[in-house]
Design a protein around this ligand. Structure first.
Ligand SMILES: Nc1nc2c(c(=O)[nH]1)N[C@H]1C(S)=C(S)[C@@H](COP(=O)(O)O)O[C@H]1N2
Ligand SMILES: [Mo]
Length: 559
């Protein structure tokens, strides 16, 4: 007899290949299995695309010296042409990783769609994917974990996330929604328009004129609201935002000293806002794609935030001009808000009445409640994420790591709170969150209003075997973190702010028997790692075994 099941049947039944699992529709008299769709055959209407015109003329560099910048917001007609080109053809799927295996590669995900969309629109965007990757290799550290090659999303490895309180520029995480424009500083200018009294534009020299604008220097932690998303993905698949749900670990956070000026002062220099202006729409120069539409990267921040001098226009990062990948020549830094509002490659600020309708603001970076999913979500069901809640993470040891210790496991990590709150206390537990130890103040880095605190701690752990180490933070408002990922899970896969849990195998060498056993491994040359390698020696002599039963009651008794 031959087996008739598909070879991966067992994995499918066990939910290990979730994307291949049929849906069960139990709403009819007989249950119907809905098989996963196959990606449709690709099509491309070459003739219709050619008829639209010469893409090298249609989609040109808007301003000389601004490589990779195509202006879309001013030209609705041009947007329509790009949309038509994108709908006259189809594209292959991105790899499934939320309900399947994550590739063993670095870059982890290639961003197939995004590369092809750029190539399809062509013109100035033709070389953007390749150009941007070159820039990554030039500006970032050789040990970066490239989660998504294009648009580039990368974080430092855990070992380096908190190695320094101030993150060196090459190690600062990067989160892009498109390419990396290359703008010459002397050709750059910023325009302010919309509901301002006197619309005008500024060169970088204008903004750097200290007689006009007071310099600001701030130490700021920037956190992407996708930080630690992998914990939500590992639990359940979700939508995330459009850029293939970058499977961030704990490294989408970094701290830098920025130099610049307050956006409020620049608005003042334009004669202030007109009546009704409540939001500032911020424009980034690269091209973003959503639903076959092209656009520039747009978000908005409330005037109240700007008025408090908490929105900075920055040109310097850790004593250097902004790296190109971080927004050169000028970016926004919004203190205490999610990274998404800190627009890079800023070229325009427009005063408007309401939060922008641009999709990054209105359809992404939303925090849904748990009854909201793919089949009932509306953008208005989500809270637009601005300030991040209090959070923390363990950077050492790692999930599933075996730790040999003398009764205390040495742990390292970070803690952060948004909105100008800061970590007051960091606590760790070695028993899944039953008993907690506070990290002494001396083991936490200095407090600042807008930054994280890094920490180290020797966590008492008596037991042998698998333990769950948990970390949580209390901020200065005494907010703390939900205890489980499930409690914070949401369809958008944002704001993974639950207490950080890792499972670690504890080998406690302060116990005589463990110490002796470790010596035995050494004497016999029996490999210690991996944990599952069988011991190559007896763990008890027969004499000891028999002696035990002589001294103790037998296993079973007769009456
Ligand atoms: N123009 C532009 N600005 C942007 C983005 C972008 O894709 N384009 N990404 C935002 C997001 S989501 C984050 S988390 C931060 C990341 O900043 P970094 O790449 O300098 O670390 O930039 C924000 N500013
Ligand atoms: Mo982000």
């Amino acid at each position: 007899m031959e087996t008739v099941n598909r070879p991966d049947e067992w994995k499918i039944e066990q939910g290990l290949s979730g994307a291949k699992l049929p849906f069960l529709d139990q709403t009819c008299r007989d249950t119907v299995a809905i098989a996963p769709a196959k990606w449709p055959k690709l099509f491309k209407d070459e003739a219709a695309i050619a008829a639209i015109g010469d893409r090298n003329k249609l989609f040109v560099q808007e301003i000389e010296g601004w490589k990779g910048y195509v202006e879309w917001e001013k030209y609705p007609e041009k947007k329509k042409l790009a949309h038509r080109i994108l709908t006259l053809q189809s594209f292959p799927p991105n790899p499934e990783f939320q309900m399947g295996a994550i590739p063993d590669t670095n870059p982890v995900l290639p961003g197939t769609h995004w590369k092809m969309w750029h190539h399809a629109v062509g013109g100035e965007l033709t070389n953007v994917p390749e150009d941007s990757w070159d820039m990554v290799l030039r500006e970032k550290h050789a040990e970066m974990l490239h989660l998504l090659q294009f648009p580039y999303n990368g974080e430092p490895p855990k070992r380096l996330v908190t190695a320094k309180v101030i993150t060196p520029n090459p190690l600062h995480f990067v989160r892009n929604h498109g390419g990396i424009p290359r703008i010459e500083k002397d050709k750059w200018s910023l325009s302010l328009d919309g509901l301002v009294a006197n619309p005008r534009s500024f060169t970088l020299d204008d903004l750097m004129d200290e007689a006009q604008f007071l310099r600001m220097e701030k130490l700021v932690t920037m956190q992407c609201s996708g930080t630690r998303r992998i914990e939500q993905i590992s639990l359940y698949a979700g939508q995330g935002d459009e850029v293939p749900q970058a499977p961030w670990a704990e490294g989408a956070i970094g701290t830098a000293k920025y130099v610049g000026i307050s956006l409020k002062k620049v608005i003042k220099a334009c004669g202030g806002l007109l009546n009704g202006a409540k939001h500032l729409e911020l424009y980034g120069a690269e091209t973003y794609f959503k639903d076959n539409q092209v656009m520039n990267y747009l978000v908005s921040v409330p005037w109240s935030k700007v008025k408090a001098n908490e929105v900075i226009l920055a040109w310097e990062m850790n004593g250097e001009p902004l790296p190109k990948i971080h927004g050169y020549p000028l970016r926004v830094v919004v203190l205490g808000y999610i990274g998404a509002r800190s627009v890079k490659w800023l070229y325009r600020v427009k005063a408007i009445e309401h939060p922008t309708l641009a999709p990054v603001q209105s359809k992404e970076y939303l925090y849904f409640n748990q009854q909201i999913g793919k089949h009932n979500q509306r953008p208005t069901d989500g809270i637009q994420i601005q300030e991040m809640p209090v959070s923390s993470a363990i950077m050492s040891p790692w999930q599933r790591q075996v730790v040999i210790h003398n009764g205390k496991i040495h742990c390292k990590g970070w803690a952060y709170s948004g909105g100008g709150r800061w970590p007051e206390r960091v606590e760790l537990s070695a028993d899944g969150g039953f008993s907690w130890y506070a990290v002494p103040n001396a083991s936490l880095s200095t407090k600042h209003k807008w930054t994280w605190r890094t920490w180290e701690f020797d966590l008492p752990c008596d037991v042998e075997g698998w333990v769950e180490i948990v970390c949580r933070c209390w901020d200065n408002s005494l907010n703390t973190q939900p205890l489980t990922v499930r409690a914070a899970w949401n369809w958008g896969l944002h704001v993974t702010s639950s207490a950080h849990r890792i499972q670690v195998y504890s080998m406690n060498k302060s116990r005589a028997r463990t110490r002796q056993r470790l010596e035995k491994f050494e004497q016999t040359g029996s490999p210690l790692a991996p944990l599952t390698w069988p011991e190559e020696f007896q763990t008890q002599s027969w004499e000891e075994y028999e002696q035990f039963w002589e001294e103790n009651d037998p296993r079973d008794v007769d009456d």
